[in-house]
Write a protein that binds this ligand. Structure first.
Ligand SMILES: [Zn+2]
Length: 366
């Protein structure tokens, strides 16, 4: 019997809430985390029609990419679609969960799904985030070294890209003199003591600091644990905006446009002139992506696939790169498949269903 909090924890293992942008509003927006799940409906946007679909299909949870409560709701009197959707969800006991920029900003998230649809290789984050990593240094009696390290790894420390259990140690001598009230594990109250210790260093995501310190205190044999934390300016390779990768084979400009249209099931591409060279490296950003153009140019991308470009912003391409605006909905619609695959693999005791409601508010007259 899975509760909504179990679903949330699983989604947040892939897309931690801490990775959301400051303007965002992700997580469980409507509903009680302890409710037992009857079924999950996956959608890009939540509208009244999607809530109706959830009711019809026996799903009491909607997992969406876009948060229906975004800038906040000050009144709930049904004047806007967002208010009506929330009112309907509450009345019908339907929970709404959103994984938005926290799912954009991780390796394996929204942009990696676009890269997968385009068949890109050597995919990496386009603009890795900084100041999301912390270094922990602690001092451990030699015999307890592995126990403490195992606890730190288990709590999320010591991961670098494809490497786990990463740490560094040097041996030295720790000194201390417990007071008369202390209850030292090693040494005697009131007496000066020297102990052979290892100085351990590990890196951890800053948002996991609390759980790593709890693990450290539990595993460390000393009454008082010596440690220090340092915020790092290092880039986190697996957290950040956009993605970039290479096509399996370079394409001519025209062939690229056909390839893009076919692989992303598009009606329309708005684009700036293609560069005078084969198209090989592709930068992508689902939804609004113009803020990443300098990163795409720096990554030597030939084209930048994104959405929501404004007329004057297109000029910024300056023939250095081709901007391909494929539409917001079109750029992110496969996020539904991403969430579906991730949830269906884990949860088999309730239905996980892809919504069939077309929530794209934009129509094309061609
Ligand atoms: Zn979006």
């Amino acid at each position: 019997m899975f509760q909504i909090r179990h679903l949330a924890a699983h989604i947040e293992a892939l897309a931690p809430l801490a990775n959301q942008e400051s303007y965002d509003n992700v997580g469980l927006l409507v509903g009680d985390p302890t409710t037992i799940i009857t079924g999950v409906l996956i959608t890009l946007d939540v509208t009244e029609a999607v809530v109706d679909e959830a009711i019809a299909k026996g799903c009491n949870v909607i997992v969406a990419h876009h948060p229906v409560i975004f800038k906040g709701l000050k009144k709930l009197n049904g004047k806007t679609y967002a208010e009506r959707t929330v009112i309907k969800a509450i009345k019908q006991d339907i929970a709404i969960y959103a994984a938005h920029t926290n799912l954009d900003n991780v390796a394996g998230g929204v942009n990696f799904k676009i890269a997968e649809k385009l068949g890109l290789q050597h995919v990496r984050i386009l603009a890795p985030k900084t100041q999301v990593l912390t270094k922990l240094v602690t001092f451990v009696p030699v015999a307890a070294t592995q126990t403490v390290l195992d606890a730190l790894y288990e709590a999320g420390a010591g991961q670098l890209g494809e490497y786990r259990n990463c740490s560094f140690r040097v041996s030295g001598t720790g000194t201390f003199q417990p007071s008369d009230k202390a209850q030292p594990t090693i040494g005697t109250a009131g007496e000066y003591h020297e102990e052979a210790e290892n100085r351990l260093e590990v890196i951890l995501p800053t948002h996991q600091q609390g759980q790593v310190l709890t693990a450290l205190r539990q595993a460390h044999p000393y009454e008082e644990v010596a440690y220090y934390l340092t915020g790092l300016d290092n880039q986190h390779q697996e957290v950040g905006s956009g993605a970039v990768g290479d096509l399996p084979e370079p394409l001519t400009g025209q062939a690229w446009l056909s390839y893009l249209k076919e692989h992303m099931s598009l009606n329309l591409i708005r684009y700036t002139p293609l560069p005078d060279r084969p198209v090989s490296r592709i930068a992508v950003c689902g939804g609004v992506g113009s803020f990443l153009l300098p990163d795409a140019i720096r990554a030597k991308a030939d084209v930048f696939v994104t959405a929501d470009y404004k007329y004057h912003e297109f000029f910024d391409a300056e023939n250095r790169i081709s901007i391909c605006d494929i539409g917001h909905y079109e750029s992110e619609v496969f996020t539904k498949d991403l969430i579906f695959g991730y949830l269906a693999k884990k949860f088999t005791t309730f239905a996980v269903i892809l919504s069939v409601t077309d929530t794209n508010p934009v129509r094309y007259f061609i």
